[in-house]
Design a protein around this ligand. Structure first.
Ligand SMILES: CC(C)(COP(=O)(O)OP(=O)(O)OC[C@H]1O[C@@H](n2cnc3c(N)ncnc32)[C@H](O)[C@@H]1OP(=O)(O)O)[C@@H](O)C(=O)NCCC(=O)NCCS
Length: 173
């Protein structure tokens, strides 16, 4: 979680303590899935968090149960190994388990690659105003595209040795 605090983000007022209380208290305000790797040093084994995805469950009066993407981060030295994709798929699996029928997120207009990354999962940019680089774009994934993405997520995660979402083991190879 402390990795998030390194973002030069003038708008972020949340502290690590708040993140812990809000996510892991009696009523979790968000969900977080982490990717870990095993570090072996001097015959000691240590788990290191190398990526995370944060999301919350919300409601859309038109679309119904929604999974709202909040953060996605993979440590720079671990990028390009499909971890970001796996975290997105794990989020979709949890969303399916919760009966969601729509996925939504906000991405800065200026972050073209991030918008392209989301588009690769089927998210459609619903923003109609004149582009402003500091504006957040609203992205949605719904209907048949959402179902297709859920199916892809399930199929892809079958190839992983171990995936645990919300305390449930989904696949052991
Ligand atoms: C975006 C991010 C999570 C991707 O993580 P990653 O583990 O390197 O991504 P993956 O290896 O799973 O890539 C999956 C696919 O997305 C593509 N991709 C990766 N990063 C991308 C990006 N920033 N924009 C567009 N496409 C991207 C890859 O080419 C790959 O395509 P393929 O399946 O056709 O080969 C990572 O670059 C990151 O943490 N960036 C900084 C934080 C950020 O921008 N978060 C917001 C994301 S919306």
């Amino acid at each position: 979680m402390s990795e998030l605090q390194k973002y030069p983000d003038q708008y972020r007022t949340v502290t690590v303590e708040k993140l812990i209380n809000d996510g892991f208290g009696p009523r979790p305000w968000y969900h977080c899935i982490v990717a870990e790797c095993i570090n072996r040093q001097d015959s000691q084994q240590e788990m290191e968090i190398i990526g995370l995805i944060m999301y919350s469950f919300s409601y859309d009066v038109y679309g119904g149960r929604s999974v709202f993407g909040l953060e996605l981060f993979v440590k720079p030295e671990h990028r390009g190994h499909k971890l970001g994709k796996a975290l997105m798929h794990a989020k979709f699996l949890h969303a399916k388990e919760q009966g969601c029928t729509i996925a939504q997120t906000l991405v800065f207009h200026k972050h073209l690659r991030a918008r392209q990354f989301q588009a690769s999962f089927g998210y459609v940019d619903q923003t109609t105003e004149v582009p402003d680089s500091n504006r957040l774009n609203f992205l949605e994934l719904m209907d048949g595209s959402f179902q297709d993405t859920l199916k892809k997520a399930e199929d892809e995660l079958k190839t992983y040795k171990h995936i645990e979402v919300a305390g449930l083991n989904f696949k052991l190879q």
